[in-house]
Design a protein around this ligand. Structure first.
Ligand code: MEV
Length: 333
């Protein structure tokens, strides 16, 4: 007899793409890392046959409070919050397909990953849902299988996706990813600071726009995507072989230039990128889908100066660490 739990809490980390976003959608390699900011999902069995989702604490940027006399007005981007719930629902459906167990489920989300900042908030929610619900129902999944189901969730909610986000966020650490396959790169503590522009990008839409530009001008755009793939392989050599921080920084700068040529950078992102280089970062680039969201600066010995430069240039510095751990079960009750 299968021994069911009553309640399970799982968590999943956010991510940054170090090199190769967008070109990874076209079968080129990319390098990504999980970070030490996480999403937590508590899944509980319900007597009634329904799925109940409670978002207790999700960081939706753009929450505005305004005061007038003794009244408080609150505005938030509920569209983005509702989008996150779409990932939860799809992830639950995928897990339920794996079992005959007939039960209602209540899910409660709390997340420290800002939504729409390019730090993998959707994949974290999908992965943590899959991990908590499968554990609750006695289904054994490896982290890789969780990442694969996370990818299926992404494909159904957001459309085109390479699968790199759910996979690195399931496995954890530094990964080299290509066409659904990945290899873990020996872990390195790269000193980075993130700069958040305060606006958000829509991954599905940005991926579609890049596809359109490739179709419009293939002779010009295809070599850019190819070059992005080449620079990822060079970066991997630099990370795995004889560590070369100067070269790594140079490749980040080139990658940002090529992403701008694909049309996914914004003035706000590039302002932060150039400000951090002036402040002594060895390299800096946008990270994730672009169109807003975050950039990162690689800044050995200069992270304080770089954080200040991000603030002065109008962004919000987020200090984070590349973390080793992927999805994990936090509590079984
Ligand atoms: C988003 O974090 C990375 C993109 O390359 C999309 C994808 O790989 O699915 C823009």
């Amino acid at each position: 007899m299968v021994d069911y739990m009553d309640k399970v809490t799982a968590s999943a980390p956010g991510k940054i793409i170090l090199f190769g976003e967008h070109s990874v959608v076209y079968g080129k390699p990319a390098i990504a890392a999980s970070i030490d900011t996480r999403t937590f999902i508590e899944a509980e069995r319900l007597e009634e046959d329904r799925i109940k989702i409670e978002a207790n604490d999700i960081k939706v940027p753009g929450l505005t409070l305004s005061f007038k006399e003794d009244q408080i007005f609150m505005e938030a981007d509920y569209g983005k919050a509702a989008e996150i719930l779409g990932y939860v629902k799809k992830a639950v459906d995928l897990v339920l397909k794996e079992t005959d167990v007939d039960t209602g489920i209540s899910l409660s989300i709390s997340s420290d990953i800002p939504v729409g900042a390019g730090l993998g908030s959707s994949a974290a929610v999908a992965n943590a849902t899959i991990a908590s619900v499968s554990e609750l129902l006695g289904i054994n999944l490896t982290n890789r299988e969780i990442g694969e189901l996370g990818h299926e969730t992404e494909l159904s909610v957001q459309g085109n996706s390479s699968g790199i986000d759910p996979m690195v966020q399931a496995i954890g650490g530094l990964i080299y990813y290509k066409d659904g396959n990945f290899k873990q790169i020996p872990f390195r503590k790269l000193p980075i600071v993130l700069g958040y522009t305060g606006s958000k990008g829509n991954t599905g839409k940005l991926v579609e726009e890049v596809k359109k530009r490739l179709e419009e001008d293939p002779e010009v755009m295809e070599p850019i995507v190819k070059s992005m793939g080449n620079l990822v392989d060079q970066s991997r050599e630099s990370l795995e072989g004889k560590f070369d921080s100067e070269k790594l920084g140079r490749l980040m700068n080139i990658n940002h230039g090529l992403l701008s040529a694909l049309g996914v950078s914004t003035k706000e992102l590039s302002d932060l990128v150039y400000a951090t280089r002036t402040a002594g970062a060895l390299g800096s680039k946008l990270t994730g889908a672009g169109g807003g969201g975050c950039m990162y600066a690689y800044c050995p010995g200069r992270c304080d100066e770089v954080s200040t430069a991000i603030e002065v240039a109008g962004g919000t510095p987020i200090s984070t660490k590349i973390a080793k751990e992927g999805v994990r079960i936090e509590k079984r009750e």
